[in-house]
Ligand binder design. Structure first.
Ligand SMILES: *Cc1c(COP(=O)(O)O)cnc(C)c1O
Length: 423
């Protein structure tokens, strides 16, 4: 469910019409709905509420990489969410948005010494160690500061998440975590090091999952590992189950619901007696945003016409990167339909949002949206073709605000220089 709907013939986000936003901010622009973000955050939290309460309440750490906008993080922070961050920059965003340090989890295979030190100084809740080498390095940095890093060991459970290869993370040959078979030995070695309080295990097998079965198999392996570690005398108090729940990109897509996910987790983690951590990203933000664009022109094609819009692969990379589908809808639908190719202005054939798609008819100057663009949208933007960075707007009822300025191509050019020795 979202808050993007046609009212009096015009698409609105909550109580604000999209033409009003286009008028005020220009296009292309990402538009987020606070009510939708809050609803998704609430539905997900409700689905997991039965897993523990009080000190044992699950930690919901929003995967900042899905949508790092400060205003979005602030909305989620108010819903009780923490953050799963994968860089120092993301950590600083989470802190700036008011997220409590102890609700911040730091994942990623390439945390630098500087980032580890910064996170220690910020006293974040948990480091998800992705290798023995990282643990050794963190131990030295923490011990030198006289600090103790709360850690979980991320394991690679070797399950195929059944999603796109580029967003699968839990197969044996992926770069993430340590092989689950090697985890007991690595855990034993790392837990003997100073400066580390290794107290949990973590996994994340991939994104946009449409089946619960791979997750359940991965959780079963994690449960066995927890038992084995405890048998060896380790104290295990935390288990981080990652993110990955899919969202509908097409009207008839039917990913598992948060409630079904919650039931599966309850079944899979029964008797674990740990604090559970979750890292949802897409399921919270995906359907809470659209990319608003204007048709530049309609170009005759051999079969179907090309709708050339002012948004491009630099603004929304998912179609070019993963062959992803985003529904395309007219902001002022006239009831007519057409078959068309939807493309951006960038000089790459990959800058194609859809080929031969049945859509609501649009013509030059018309506004349209790409739906389900609230996750992995603006955050993947680049300035390719010197197009500048896309703006972002947050709507709350009848209010709206620009929550990220458009960064024009000239400002980016302003950060460049020609050395004077070039003459
Ligand atoms: C990307 C990522 C997530 C979020 O994945 P979603 O599919 O957006 O829920 C969670 N945890 C880690 C470690 C990630 O890399």
């Amino acid at each position: 469910m979202d808050h993007f709907e046609i009212r009096d013939g015009i698409m609105h986000v909550e109580d604000v019409s999209l033409p009003a936003i286009a008028e005020a901010v220009g296009t292309p622009v990402y538009v987020y709905s606070r009510a939708t973000l809050e609803r998704h955050a609430q539905v997900f939290a409700d689905a997991l509420a039965g897993l523990g309460s009080g000190d044992r309440a699950p930690l919901l750490a929003f995967a900042v990489k899905a949508n790092p906008n400060l205003a979005v993080l602030n909305v989620l922070q108010r819903q009780g969410y923490g953050a799963d961050v994968v860089s120092g920059g993301e950590m600083r965003r989470a802190l700036a948005a008011g997220m409590a340090p102890d609700k911040i989890v730091f994942s990623g295979v390439g945390k630098t010494a500087a980032e580890l030190g910064e996170a220690l100084d910020a006293d974040i809740g948990q480091f998800n160690l992705e290798s023995e080498e990282e643990g050794v390095e963190l131990s030295a940095i923490a011990a030198a500061r006289g600090l103790e890093a709360r850690c979980a060991l991320r394991v690679n459970p070797d399950v195929d998440a059944g999603t796109h290869d580029k967003i699968s993370t839990g197969k044996a040959d992926n770069k993430f975590g340590v092989p689950i078979g090697k985890a007991p030995a690595i855990f034993a070695r790392l837990s003997a090091l100073p400066g580390l309080r290794l107290r949990g295990v973590a996994l994340h097998i991939g994104s946009q999952l449409f089946e619960l079965d791979p997750l359940e198999r991965a959780f079963a392996k994690l449960g066995k590992l927890i038992a084995e570690l405890r048998d060896s005398g380790h104290e295990i108090t935390h288990a981080d189950l990652g993110g990955g729940l899919g969202v509908p990109y097409k009207a008839d897509d039917a990913p598992p619901s948060p409630a079904e996910y919650g039931e599966m987790v309850a079944r899979a983690t029964k008797g674990w007696d740990v604090n559970l951590v979750f890292e949802p990203g897409r399921v919270i933000a995906g359907n809470a945003g659209v990319l608003l664009t204007r048709v530049i022109r309609v170009k005759r094609g051999i079969a179907d016409p090309f709708i050339v819009v002012d948004a491009a692969m630099n603004d929304l990379a998912r179609p070019a990167m993963y062959g992803a589908w985003h529904d395309f809808a007219a902001v002022v639908p006239g009831g007519e339909h057409m078959r068309a190719n939807i493309v951006g202005p960038i000089c790459e054939t990959g800058d194609t949002f859809a080929m031969g798609r049945e859509i609501e008819s649009v013509g030059p100057g018309d506004l349209a949206v790409f739906r389900t663009a609230g996750a992995y949208g603006a955050t993947m933007a680049s300035s390719y073709n010197s197009r500048g960075f896309v703006a972002e707007v947050l709507v709350d009822g009848a209010r709206s605000a620009t929550v990220a300025d458009r960064i024009p191509a000239d400002a980016i050019m302003g950060a460049e220089r020609v050395p004077d020795w070039l003459d």
